[in-house]
Design a protein around this ligand. Structure first.
Ligand SMILES: Cc1cc2nc3c(=O)[nH]c(=O)nc-3n(C[C@H](O)[C@H](O)[C@H](O)COP(=O)(O)OP(=O)(O)OC[C@H]3O[C@@H](n4cnc5c(N)ncnc54)[C@H](O)[C@@H]3O)c2cc1C
Length: 370
């Protein structure tokens, strides 16, 4: 590795990969530092693989704008490069009058965000589309879908490499220090510690992105960058539930997530989740005591579900800026020039819909750098 490089990207999740691929043609030496042995082993491979339409987020938020743009880019890229996907559509279901009123609000919110194909459904219309689903009313989102996120990660990695990006795996960034107009990046690998000087730092470190910002000298409490970990677990269903429901089915959202949804994955398995509960540490074990809660949640729209048909599947952890009981927080995608750190771009709180928005986030960051 040279002693001086143009750009250091910290983290090879979907965000670091998409950005590295995006900027590779414009920048000379782009290096991606990843502490794990390869790309995409953290949040980017522990999620629902849902292509979100962009309904839930406040108008003009980065989440809304980048989700709508990213979803269109993602469908095009999947089509062009044969990345498996299915525009299955999704129905958000209401179980009572309160939730029905809320669906109407959501419909308006989605339209404000540019999701122009939504349709409110009566109980009978839900039944006609999904005979096995019980709901008082529904909101249909035809442009929601699912895709093979592992193949997207592989594609982004391969194309970034073809465009000249260097990947340094098994290498953790442990220090970022401003030296004049550049940054000294301290890295640790199995041979020990060393330094590289970079002109630009792109902090795409997911669950660690607040720590990287702090290492660089940002006061993360003052900046509002402190992350909270919010765990999401999944359970799978017995194979007898396959092909009973063709769309994604979402309930009314919880405070920190979109609620326990029903998804038939591309391989045919039916998966329920994710839950949303704040945790102090990163631990991907699935807590079986949530089984009853999963079953009860899903029985509200799929009454014949039986508890013994649920099996623990996997878990992921959301890097949330919004703490328990707090209001909506948007993605932080910030060039820290004004804070005294020219060339440092922080991406913090890239939770859902980060996977959907990744290609749009990459464009956005590319634009900030040009
Ligand atoms: C339960 C759950 C469900 C979700 N479902 C969806 C969904 O259906 N649709 C959707 O659009 N989004 C979804 N998301 C959100 C989506 O998964 C994330 O927004 C996205 O994966 C974030 O990617 P990332 O690259 O920022 O983070 P990551 O994938 O976590 O990548 C960050 C990388 O940085 C590396 N790193 C960290 N610190 C260092 C360091 N010091 N040095 C070197 N490397 C470092 C890590 O090892 C990691 O590889 C979901 C998230 C969760 C948790």
């Amino acid at each position: 590795m040279p002693a001086e490089i143009d750009v250091a990207v910290i983290g090879a999740g979907v965000i670091g990969l998409a950005i590295a691929r995006e900027i590779a043609l414009a920048k000379e030496e782009v290096f991606v530092f990843e502490k794990n042995r390869t790309f995409g082993l953290e949040t980017s491979s522990r999620n629902s693989e849902v292509i979100h339409a962009g309904i839930y987020y406040p108008e003009d938020s980065l989440k809304a704008k980048l989700c709508v743009e990213g979803r269109n880019l993602l469908y095009k890229l999947c089509d062009k490069h044969n990345i498996a996907h299915r525009k299955s559509g999704k129905i958000i279901v209401a179980a009572d009058e309160n939730e029905t009123n809320w669906l109407e609000e959501l419909y308006e919110q989605g339209r404000k965000n540019g999701v122009d194909d939504l349709a409110l459904l009566s109980r009978m219309e839900v039944k006609r589309l999904e005979p096995n689903i019980e709901a008082r009313a529904g909101l249909l989102s035809p442009s929601s879908g699912i895709f093979d996120s592992h193949n997207l990660l592989k594609f982004l990695y391969n194309q970034a490499r073809e465009r000249g990006v260097s990947f340094v795996f098994g290498t953790e960034v442990i220090g970022v220090e401003r030296t004049g107009a550049r940054y000294r990046v301290q890295i640790k690998d199995r041979d020990g510690m060393s330094n590289v000087v970079a002109q630009v730092i792109l902090n795409c470190a997911g669950l660690n992105s607040d720590r990287i910002a702090r290492l660089a000298g940002i006061d993360i409490a003052k900046a509002g960058y402190k992350l909270h970990y919010c765990k999401g677990e999944y359970f799978s269903l017995d194979s007898k539930y396959r092909n009973l429901v063709s769309r994604l089915i979402y309930p009314a959202p919880e405070q920190a997530g979109h609620g326990i949804h029903w998804r038939q994955a591309l391989d045919g398995r039916v998966l329920l989740g994710p839950s949303a509960h704040y945790v102090d540490a990163i631990d991907y074990a699935v807590d079986e005591t949530y089984k009853q809660y999963f079953c009860d949640s899903v029985k509200r729209f799929f009454p014949v579900l039986e508890l013994e048909d649920l099996a623990p599947e996997s878990a992921g952890i959301r890097p949330k800026l919004q703490g328990p009981g707090e209001d909506f927080r948007d993605f932080v995608i910030a060039h820290e020039e004004k804070a005294g750190f020219p060339g440092l771009i922080n991406l913090i709180g890239i939770e859902s819909p980060g996977l959907t928005a990744a290609l749009a986030i990459a464009r956005y960051v590319g634009g900030m750098m040009s």
